[in-house]
Design a protein around this ligand. Sequence first.
Ligand code: SAH
Ligand code: AVI
Length: 389
Amino acid sequence: MNIPNPGWAYRDSWYRRRIDSRYSSCDLFHPAGHGQDPCTAAGLCPVSIEKVEPPPSLIPYPGKRLTLIDCLGTHFRSDMDREIAFGLSQNHKSIPSKYFYDARGSRLFDEICTLPEYYPTRTELEILHKYAAFIMSVFRGREGDLIEIGSGSDLKVRKLLEAVPRHGLRKIRYVPMDISHAGLVQSSLSILRDFEGLRICGIIGDFTCHLSRLPGGRKLITFFGGTFGNFPDPQGIELLENISRIMGPEDRLLIGIDMLKDIAIMEAAYNDSRGVTARFNLNILNHVNHGLQSDFRLHDFEHRAFFNPDGEQIEMELRARRDVRTELRRIHMHVHVAKGEAIHTEISRKFSREKAEGLFRSAGLSPAEWYTDPRGWFSLVCLKANHSS
Ligand code: SAH
Ligand code: AVI
């Protein structure tokens, strides 16, 4: 089933039924008509919420174990208009990788994570499995927030939560933040079901601009999957600086980074034999078509992913098989992609330890712990903010 993103999930009857029938302790905030600032109620910084529209049957919810807050609101559409128009009007065309993650894109990414060629997920899980109890000891049985930015599916946070004794779960609030509305709701509900006593405050937001909306108390911030590697140096450093600004002396940032390795292994991870990564890459055009009312035909493009040794990164693009012309009708913009021309969609950086440490340092962060797998393919780094030490 396709749940359009964002903001439509609750209007979908299948989805509504699923929430109604399985979860009663759920609180969805509606900006208008409640006379209450939802963020204040949830212990978060004030924010205007413009779009969550739960059907009347979802309110009220005793227990209030799940709160959902929408920071994207109507801005999502105008930001998407502006960013897509900018990217497609450049000499080297591009679409920002965050637009991979509509409901279908999020599902395709989950499928990528199960592929034999896509080593990052299982390697990161292996590391988490080994060190979860140690990582979660930062809470030392005290109250705090376990924040996950770019949370996606719940695979990884489960490993951390499973390492917490049952009574400890009551002291923790899980705060996932993701741009994908459907993905965030689905994973929040699944965690809510399986971890009794845990409270969840899901934030539908963009971590490049909504970090200040995160709660201010004691926290462990997690940024899994190597998503940090989807940013070039300047944006990556800026993102880390923004994270470090909201960290207190005892707070930690646990960040996943994919390490440099044999080129054939890295390239195979982005050119899987079942073609799931190709579908994931091409699906970004579906998202653009839906959002900006265009008519890109997916079969007019070919998925390409290769390692660029200069940037030490995998680059993904969509190469036009023929001359393509379409109009982004929502913003009255005509686009021409010439045969053979590429639309760049993603970089996925692969790090040496020295390179990563340099970036962390530039952002005012330093490693407190460095966890890796026996082959050194992936690293989970626990960082503290220098300003607060
Ligand atoms: N953390 C998960 C998912 C990684 S996929 C894992 O390790 O498997 C990247 C996730 O980040 C997706 O769920 C996507 O929706 C989200 N994402 C990408 N760009 C984002 C942005 N700018 N703000 C918030 N979430 C974003
Ligand atoms: C989310 N991110 C870390 C993934 C990656 O490996 O860069 C996205 C992805 N792109 C293709 N496959 C997976």
